[in-house]
Design a protein around this ligand. Structure first.
Ligand code: FEO
Length: 397
């Protein structure tokens, strides 16, 4: 497997990662455009590999390295992040390269030790440490919980490259390596989708990390993330998007998500959506039979309201709603108002259960909720429209 090529991203830095065209599930997040696992080779006096790739892609990484330098000449490996999409290949790469040293943050050393039996002791680096590469120096900044406890970024002054690990990344497989070679609308779509499904719970921390960069002397000309395209121009675009996403700025938009047994909860959802539209809101009506949980989270990133409809099945909310609400809870959405609704046949607990779940996530309850026994009649559908209008009236203009 010697046909892969490295891609030069600055005078002495090359992309040597892997493209995973067919990856469709990233721990519960539907990744419809695949992804890349980016690794970078710094051709300094001390030749350094920043991050590795997911285990099955090691040969691709080594082949790309070999297109510019004998992999056995790599002196150092830096692991910015212990998650296995970046560290799964570490043991095999160490075995192939036999580097002098492998560096990770203090928590990274611990986490990698808990994942793998590596053949050499790792060297911890701390926030603010500098690694001398001879003619260049690599600086480290911890970014704990962005998005794992071990996470850090590496900064290469002179080349002005920020190896930003998962930050500024997106799950997007492409033959193009640079953001300026891709459609802006695709970048914004996949960047937002990644932020919503991966970084959302840490949005305030992401903001702090970005705000801290200038005080560390980090002024990148190139942002080189661990997934998706590399930013070598127009960095203000991705930084601007991150500003909006970190703040969870909301449009006058509502997401109505529901599942349905005999179409009654669906009828209620459609009527609520009509009420929202009549009230001036933009609406996404999303059945859990048609939309993946990660599609819904993506839409929620800039939505101000969430309406959740569930039938009652054996005294409980419908299982698909439990899945969605569990996923949503973990992502800790902010700045949302919401309400619940649903049809039932016997006891009708689901609407109250959904409301409790929303309250548990600090979603502002905009309406006490609406439940209806069996098939909604005109009066019920009128109440649904009124519910939608009432919620729309509470959305910021
Ligand atoms: Fe791309 Fe958190 O791993």
């Amino acid at each position: 497997m010697n046909h892969y090529r490295a891609v030069k991203i600055s005078e002495r830095v090359y992309w040597v990662g892997a493209i995973d065209w067919n990856m469709r599930d990233f721990h519960g997040y539907s990744t419809n455009r695949g992804t890349t696992y980016n690794a970078y080779l710094i051709l300094a006096d001390k030749i350094t590999l920043v991050d590795t790739v997911k285990a099955p892609f090691c040969a691709e990484l080594l082949s790309r390295v070999a297109s510019v330098v004998d992999p056995a000449k790599i002196d150092y490996i830096v692991s910015n992040h212990a998650e296995m999409d970046h560290s799964g290949g570490l043991a095999a790469v160490i075995a192939a390269v036999r580097p002098e040293k492998v560096f990770a943050s203090t928590l990274g050393v611990k986490a990698l030790g808990e994942h793998f039996a590596l053949p050499l002791p790792l060297t911890p680096v701390r926030d603010g440490d500098t690694l001398d590469l001879g003619n260049l120096a690599l600086h480290f900044a911890e970014t704990r919980m962005v998005h794992w406890p071990d996470s850090m970024v590496s900064w290469l002054p002179g080349e002005d490259v920020l190896f930003s690990q998962d930050g500024f990344g997106m799950h997007l497989a492409s033959s193009e390596r640079f953001a300026d070679e891709l459609e802006r609308s695709v970048l914004e779509f996949e960047g937002a989708r990644y932020f919503a499904n991966i970084l959302l719970p840490f949005a305030p921390l992401v903001r702090k990390v970005i705000d801290r960069l200038p005080s560390l002397g980090i002024a990148p000309k190139v942002i080189a993330p661990d997934h998706g395209p590399i930013w070598r121009s127009d960095l203000g675009t991705i930084l601007g998007w991150y500003g909006r996403w970190c703040a969870q700025e909301k449009a006058r938009k509502a997401v109505v998500v529901y599942d349905t047994m005999w179409h009654s909860t669906a009828l209620m959802g459609h009527a609520i959506a009509d009420g929202l539209v009549a009230g001036g809101a933009s609406v996404r009506l999303m059945s859990l039979k048609a939309s993946h949980r990660s599609d819904i989270i993506h839409e929620l990133l800039d939505a101000g309201a969430l309406l959740v409809g569930s039938p009652t099945l054996n005294n409980n909310m419908y299982p698909s709603l439990a899945d969605f609400l569990t996923y949503l809870k973990g992502l800790k959405p902010q700045n949302l108002i919401g309400a619940s609704f649903g049809s039932y046949g016997w006891s009708g607990e689901a609407v109250g259960q959904v409301k409790e779940a929303l309250e548990g996530m600090k979603v502002g309850i905009a309406h006490e909720g609406l439940r209806h026994r069996f098939v909604p009649d005109e009066a019920c559908l009128g109440e649904c429209v009124a519910l939608g209008q009432a919620v729309a009236a509470k959305l910021a203009p």
